[in-house]
Each structure stands twice: as structure tokens, then as C-alpha cells.
Design a protein around this ligand. Sequence first.
Ligand SMILES: NC(=O)c1ccc[n+]([C@@H]2O[C@H](COP(=O)([O-])OP(=O)(O)OC[C@H]3O[C@@H](n4cnc5c(N)ncnc54)[C@H](OP(=O)(O)O)[C@@H]3O)[C@@H](O)[C@H]2O)c1
Length: 273
Amino acid sequence: MDTAAAPTATDRSQTAPVAVVTGASRGLGLELARALARDGWQLVITARNTAELAAAEAELAAVTKVAAPAGSVVDDDHRERLAEAAAALGGASLLVNNASTLTGYDLDGAPLPALADFPLPGLLETFEVNVLGPIALTQLLLPQLRVRRGAVLNVSSDAAVEAYPGWGGYGASKAALDHASAVLAAEEPAIAVWAVDPGDMRTRMHQEAFPGEDISDRPLPATVVPALLGLLRDRPAAGRYRAADLAAVAPAAVDLPAAGTRPATAAPTAAGE
Ligand SMILES: NC(=O)c1ccc[n+]([C@@H]2O[C@H](COP(=O)([O-])OP(=O)(O)OC[C@H]3O[C@@H](n4cnc5c(N)ncnc54)[C@H](OP(=O)(O)O)[C@@H]3O)[C@@H](O)[C@H]2O)c1
């Protein structure tokens, strides 16, 4: 038997960094998960719809090691499962809070509600999915992230800073997520914390926001991924970024002294949480 054989895929995955990506069954989350898998990350992905999540898991598992528990980010037990799955893979170096809701209920072709008429249960769910869930999941993963000098990427929106009629619930929740991101960055110097507005993308969420409208002119979510990977590679200061601006500065950032020496976020340094 050849004892000097090259490391197997399993051996390599034991040292590969771990990313937790919520809402990774489709849209931006799935495209980012695909790119991270190609770059050698192990993944913990989640979403509520079991069939869509299983399809994403099957695809990603051909490339890297994946755990894919189905459930909602508002569910306490489910968030615990995600943190445990990340620890079982070696510990998270990256959390991407990407899962999100427009209104907290199925719009079913209806327009986004004005604040005057916003159903309060939907408003509560909007804040639970878009703000409370991400903060609570961050709390659980912080011990893993701190020891690896990891990163939290919170997916924001231009609706957090622009006052679009109908976008009051979603926009207010994303503004709250932005502010929580800024405070977390001030409190947690060992990790990087970014809020990123990806810009308009041709996804199910976007179609639901514009029922009956042709959204084929919006860019596909895959076009945003290089900017997010550039963020991980270049590790700029904590803050709020627009993906469009990151894409514009990413090529120049390659010349910075630290560039090229840090593969994505810092490599895992310890395990066991
Ligand atoms: N598309 C745009 O134009 C646009 C613009 C600005 C910002 N964004 C932001 O970009 C991010 C990705 O959106 P997208 O456009 O890619 O949306 P999408 O294609 O509709 O995907 C949303 C993902 O989140 C999951 N999800 C929703 N609620 C969840 C919950 N409670 N728990 C766990 N997973 C949940 C969905 O799966 P299940 O439904 O099966 O749970 C799905 O995987 C969001 O944060 C969104 O606010 C999008």
C-alpha cells in the first residue's frame, strides 16, 4: 500500500475554512455558495423549502463538503443546528446573513403594502427574518468566528437608505441590519463585519416585488458574486458597501501589500466550539 499518497478530498476538506450561508437554495445565496465551494470552502447552507435546498446541497456536495439543514432563521432550534453543523465541519470563518423576506407573508401577486396598511404580523416577521435572525445567528457563531479572525457579511439593500413607497417594512429592517452591522464591527475588533447592498438582481424576490413586470433587464445574481469574493479576499475595513462600488475597486486592491497572502478570510486557527 502506498503510504505517501496525496491527500484525499476528505483530508483537504478537514483544513478548508467553513462558511455558513443562509438563503442559499436559490438567488444570490446559491450563487455565492457555488463560488465559495469552487474556492475550496466547506459550507453550511440553509433555507426553508426542503426540495430546493436538497437540490442545492446535491449540486454543491459534488464540489465540497456541505451540511444543509432546512428551516427558518427565525427558529431558535434551527439556528442552533446551523452553529452545530459549522462546528462539526471545523468551525465557521464566515457567516453570510443573506436570507430575507420582503413582507413576512406571501404577496401572491399583490403590491408591496404602504406602511399605513402594513399587516403587523407581516411586519413582525419581516424584522424577525431580516434583523433578529441574523443577529441571533451571529451571536451563536461569534465564538467560532473570533478564534479564526473570521467575517460576517450581512446582505443589505438600497431600500435601507432610499425612501421607496411600499418598501417601508423591508427598508426599515435592512436599515436596522445595517446599524447592527456597524455596532457589531465596533464591538468585535477580531472579526470583519460588512453590510453589502448587492443592487437589483433578477431573482424570485425581485420578481415578487415587481409582480407582472418584465425584470429580464436586471443583472443575474452571479454578476454580484465577484464583488463579494473581492471583499473576502481584500478584507477592507468594516462598513457598508455597494457591490457596484466594490466591483469597481476590486482589481486595484490586488496590488495592496496584504493581497494574495490571505486566502479569503483568515484560515481556521482552532477548533472545538
Ligand atoms: N434581488 C434583488 O434585487 C435584491 C436587491 C437588494 C437586496 N437583495 C437582498 O439579497 C439577498 C438575497 O435575495 P435574492 O434576491 O437572492 O432572493 P431569493 O432568490 O428569493 O432567495 C432568498 C433565499 O432566502 C431563503 N429564505 C427566505 N426566508 C427564509 C427564512 N425565514 N429562513 C431561511 N431562509 C429563508 C429562500 O429560501 P426559502 O424560501 O425556501 O426559505 C431563498 O433561499 C436578500 O438579503 C435580499 O434582501 C436582493
